[in-house]
Design a protein around this ligand. Structure first.
Ligand code: NAD
Length: 424
């Protein structure tokens, strides 16, 4: 879609369509070989596996798993594994493309991948989840590895699944290979600070944007939708810097205090469900009302597609920093562009997760653990480098922050394709 086309949201865009649209928008600003752009519209390969699972009652059930590899010109494939009933091949392909752009904008030596199993993890016992994960690791073993493709946790998976995955792979390889997955518990090669990293990077990017627009952080008001891993860490980071976090929400509702909430006092939703909405704040709001608050910064950090053609004209924030993946539909994006509301995109804002995953991989390969202080400092450095590159494109061209971010990503990927050429 170009900016001159009318806003229409009759059909919701899929992850593949979003990834391709962003690729084309960025390519229009760059002198990139059309053959390279065409190559990037498609994945390198998609693997579909059948995972037989013995249920606790002795019966057998088959599950379908996928792993999509998008592009590896800059290094091994990298991306999460989700356990969710809605996992599809097309979604894995789209999300693998997003990972290619995300790794490139952070200048990490990785390409994009994504995978998952079509399963509702809530319907599996712990033993069943372990057996499913171990068998999935075995089915994917030919196409993954520390120098090939490094999975990570995503929706429905976490450190325990990564530990089983790593163990299953290592047992079959005959040697301990911690670098085959990231997001592991620190005791077996996970990195300190991995859990906090995506929220922290949202906070760092928001801090840089505040500086760019010459605002005083002490006078900046912030509303955060979704006080989970990403939202709570972003809110606490900005709260520590002096910003006023006036509203936060979880799935049950929002709390509001125009004088600023104490974000360390409000529990993460995941730690204690209902704590956000049950917190004793001066005012409670519906989730939708939080999005429309008159604040300086809105951080949607819950789920995708919450800023839409329906509500984009009612958003009063002066700046949006995307904490969740894909919270803004393309129609809303177009409206924000018309209304001059800057949107700092997800692929840089929440990229702290994959960046600390990269640190974890480095630590695993070198068999040397970094301190939490070092992880924080290296993350700060990587975020500043990415922000500086994006800001340069933003200042040099008449584009949105999202376009500037994709321009940085695509130019790096295209340069690498140019340098390596096509084999044979
Ligand atoms: P989480 O489960 O820890 O937190 C999500 C929060 O959003 C919870 O407070 C939940 O109550 C709330 N929520 C859920 N549905 C909601 C709704 N309809 N309205 C309002 N609030 C709702 O999840 P998370 O790990 O913080 O992930 C949040 C988003 O960030 C997702 O889009 C995820 O893909 C993305 N993300 C996560 C990571 C990561 O490593 N955790 C990294 C990058 C991106």
């Amino acid at each position: 879609m170009t900016t001159s086309e009318p806003a229409s949201e009759l059909e919701e865009e899929s992850a593949v369509e979003t990834a391709r649209r962003q690729l084309e928008r960025a390519a229009a600003h760059l002198d990139v070989d059309e053959g390279i752009v065409e190559r990037l519209r498609h994945p390198t390969s998609v693997y579909r596996v059948t995972i037989p699972l013995e249920r606790d009652d002795g019966s057998r059930e088959m599950f379908t798993g996928y792993r999509a590899h998008h592009d590896s010109v800059r290094g091994p494939y990298k991306g999460g594994l989700r356990y969710h009933p809605g996992v599809t091949e097309e979604e894995c392909v789209g999300l693998s493309m997003w990972m290619t752009w995300k790794c490139a904008v952070m200048d990490l030596p990785f390409g994009g991948a994504k995978g998952g199993v079509v399963v509702d993890p809530k319907e599996l016992s712990e033993d069943e989840t372990e057996r499913l994960t171990r068998r999935f690791a075995e089915e994917l073993r030919p196409v993954i590895g520390p120098m090939k493709d490094i999975p990570a946790p995503d929706m429905g998976t976490g450190p325990q699944e990564m530990a089983w995955f790593m163990d299953a792979y290592s047992m079959q390889q005959g040697e301990t290979e911690p670098g085959v997955v990231t997001g592991k518990p620190p005791v077996i090669g996970g990195s300190y600070g991995r859990e906090r990293a995506p929220g922290r990077s949202v906070g760092i990017v928001a801090r840089e944007a505040i500086d760019y627009y010459d605002w005083d952080i002490e006078d900046t008001t912030v509303a955060v939708q979704g006080f989970g891993s990403v939202g709570a860490n972003a809110a606490r980071y900005l709260d520590d810097l002096g910003a006023s976090i006036v509203a936060v929400s979880d799935i049950d509702g929002a709390i509001y205090d125009p004088d600023g909430l104490d974000t360390t006092d409000v529990e993460d939703h995941d730690e204690t469900p209902g704590m956000v909405s049950g917190y004793d704040a001066p005012e409670t709001l519906a989730n939708d009302e939080l999005l429309e608050l008159d604040v300086d910064i809105l951080i949607p950090a819950a789920i995708g597609n919450v800023l839409t053609g329906e509500n984009a004209r009612d958003i009063s924030a002066n700046l949006i920093v995307e904490g969740a993946n894909g919270p803004t539909t393309s129609t809303a994006d177009q409206i924000f562009e018309e209304r001059d509301i800057p949107v700092i995109p997800d692929i840089v804002a929440n990229a702290g997760g994959v960046t600390v995953s990269y640190f974890e991989w480095l630590q695993d390969i070198n068999r040397r653990k970094w301190s939490l202080e070092r992880v924080h400092q290296e993350l700060e450095d990587e975020m500043l480098q990415a922000w500086t590159a994006i800001r340069k494109e933003y200042d040099a061209r008449d584009v949105t922050w999202r376009d500037a971010t994709y321009i940085v990503a695509l130019s790096r990927i295209a340069e690498a394709h140019d340098a390596r050429g096509l084999w044979p």
